[in-house]
Design a binder for this molecule. Sequence first.
Ligand code: M6R
Length: 593
Amino acid sequence: MCGIVGYLGGKRDIKDFLLKGLKELEYRGYDSAGIAVLQNGELKICKAVGKLKNLEEKCKNVKTEGFGAGIGHTRWATHGKPTELNAHPHLGEFSYVVHNGIIENFKEIKEELEAPFVSQTDTEVIVHLFEKNLQQGLKPFEAFKATIEKLKGSYAILLITKAMPDTVFYAKKGSPLIIGRAEEEIFFASSDAPLIGYAKEVHYLDDGEFGYVDKEEISNWKEREKKEPLFQPLTLNKEFAQKGGFRFFMEKEIYEQSDVITQTLMGRAKDEAIEFEELEHGFFEDIQNIKICACGTSYHAGLTGAYLLERLAKIPCSVEIASEFRYKEPLLSDKTLFIVISQSGETADTLEALKMAKEAGLKTLAVCNVDNSSIVRLADRTILTRAGIEKGVASTKAFTTQVAVLWMLALYLAENFDKKELEALLHLPQALKVDDALHERLKRLSKRYLHGHGFFFIGRDIFYPLALEGALKLKEISYLHAEGYPAGEMKHGPIALADPELFTIALMPKTLLYDKVKSNVEELSARDSTICAVSSEEFELADDFIKIEPQNHPMLEYFSMSVVLQLLAMEIAIRLGNDVDMPRNLAKSVTVE
Ligand code: M6R
């Protein structure tokens, strides 16, 4: 995920602050970086692909002592490859911008502008639009206001311009941005970490806030009203700051889901239809069936996707574990669309499966979180999940964004679908929001689930892959034995294990096969299994009950329950004293067979 820093003042070397600040944002992930400093009407700019040491090397001879304004950026590619041209800051004739987020309507804006575009990014339109507004006679702040009014999507923006030197313009909507201050100095950053040791107090900008800082003042606005910033003292703990105040990256990533899903949907889930700028309908011509291939959590997302593709798009779909697929001598047809799903884009088994499909002449599509990864480079087409960097080894936001992409893909391929699908999709940020009271309840409940001889997570239909995912989450971070099972299949064997020390986590969605699952859970309860029911409807036989908000669509229940399972696994693991972010024996990217 991109990161931003900015500075206005003269008490320190600006380049030094910007580079140190970007270093503090490294944990967010990036593939290129850049800084721009404006001092005495002179611009100094450096950009580099790869690690920050490349940028440091590039600007080692640049001197930036004295008063001035500076902006810096680490870029995690979403529009266009990680190249120097695509790296921020982006340049107009006399203005420079860094941006974090996605400008949804950048193509339309681009068409209206006559500027020479040099990058493939959505960001570049901001600086050209700003300069066009200036050329039309607007004063710099008016021009900036008019610019952000035109932008659709999400953004944290810093802009500096020779038209009004010694000033930094800023705006925030949907992506984080903080203003920090100390005596005669102003700082900006995407998170607290770069500001620690510099700013004394900080104002966390709200969505819709924008303004400028100069030597005299912080002119902060929301909509048409001036709004006084609410400065508060800054934490002094860097690690705590990087985790956004959460105990673990996994916890932060669970909480982030509601926001990142907005990025996943952006520009794709439209009022009437689904659009993917990275696809064209012709690509799917002649496709008679779909095969999905992936590992671990991504495989569970794929299993869910298969239900949706068959149900909504009416295309037969099968799912394979990549490590199995590789050696089964599969019969492949060129009428099959081959979809690989991967958070990292580097998983060796998935990559090899993709190579096999390509060699067999199949059309290939990657659903991936990391642009320019090996899988993205190899696949014919890619849909990026836009979850931002995921640090916790246990995948959370990568999973929910993968499922959201597959749901949208199913709708995209469907000849027609009920409007309720789109309404439900747009409700996803809400469904993924962590309810504090629910989290508190899961924290307390977790103490009852630290022993026993095993867990069964059960569900039907799409809730069966979710049960698999719940079990995997628990296993990998708590080291307790857990299995996911189709609820209706328990009576064919596993029910023999039922006793009070067998914990059943029952996924009981009200909108899908409720009575069927209920009967299955009753069978387990009759054999004295300890039942923890997850549902919006109270279930009298449950020993423990986790209530989710009632929803009117199975997918919304699915996403709400995903959050419950992630939090439950995490709270159990924390109570057991485990390192949730780095569980034993596991790696984030599995690049070996
Ligand atoms: O990067 P990928 O999505 O290809 O990774 C696949 C699995 O290794 C991954 O999902 C793994 O199962 C996670 N630890 C699950 O939390």
